[in-house]
Design a protein around this ligand. Sequence first.
Ligand code: DON
Length: 303
Amino acid sequence: MDYRVLLDDAMETARRSPERGRVADYIPALAQADPTAFGMAIATVDGEVFGAGDWQHPFSIQSVSKLFTLALALAEGGDGLWAGVGREPSGNPFNSLVQLETEQGIPRNPFINAGALIVTDRLLKLTGDAVGAVRGFLQAESGNPEVGVDDSVASSEARHGHRNAAMAHFMASYGNLRNPVDSVLAHYYAHCAITASCRDLALAGLFLARHGIRADGSRLLSRSEAKRINAVLLTCGTYDAAGEFAYRVGLPGKSGVGGGILAVLPGRGTVCVWSPGLDAAGNSVLGVAALDALTTATGWSVF
Ligand code: DON
């Protein structure tokens, strides 16, 4: 199979869509992203990677990091995590606070911001350095030591992160944080501000396609834990558009407001796509369109 031709075709089909979306600007440093950037990569379970367009260009991974924090927190701490965060779709925007008050400060799932703050908090408690754990994992799995934190993006978000700060304080008021709010927020902003390319993320996500096995052959997660993460990615990884994403793409996936989406083909590989223009739910417009085109052309799906 010629993966590069598949990627070129999927990107070409996506480009025909008249929609382009809008670059996120609520984190001012992200507003500088090039709206015309577009890249896509496929990694196979044997560690090969193929790309097209801007697939080697680093971008701000933002919420794609939440997939890795969840995997590492489960690997380090096990199922106790689920006492503090649920596994149901929220049906609300990623930065919504509304359900927290009636649900005792326990967020619906680990991929909305409130849930990711809980996961970051637990990973910080378990490792002493949540952002270091995520960065180290991405570097090891991608083989790219350049994967790092863009401090200007992290501090830009910290200056404008009133909603995340409100959520963290609110959850702390329910006793659902184990660390000081400021430390949790600092680690959360920093892991969201990691920069990596489609190539790096496709390789780093392969453990989910390999049912829990890392690049060096060691086991990060049990087969069942990997399945569970894929399940939560499918139902919650693209927020209140997860139903639409499952309908169009048919794969577990995680999006970020930097315009990246990492999708998993269990047993086969991963696909990562990047284009900064976002739809109203915060998912990359061309990214979803390209994944839709790829899975439609190949029949790749978990269904
Ligand atoms: O907390 C935030 O708002 C950002 N650091 C991450 C949000 C995000 O990527 C949502 N994804 N589509």
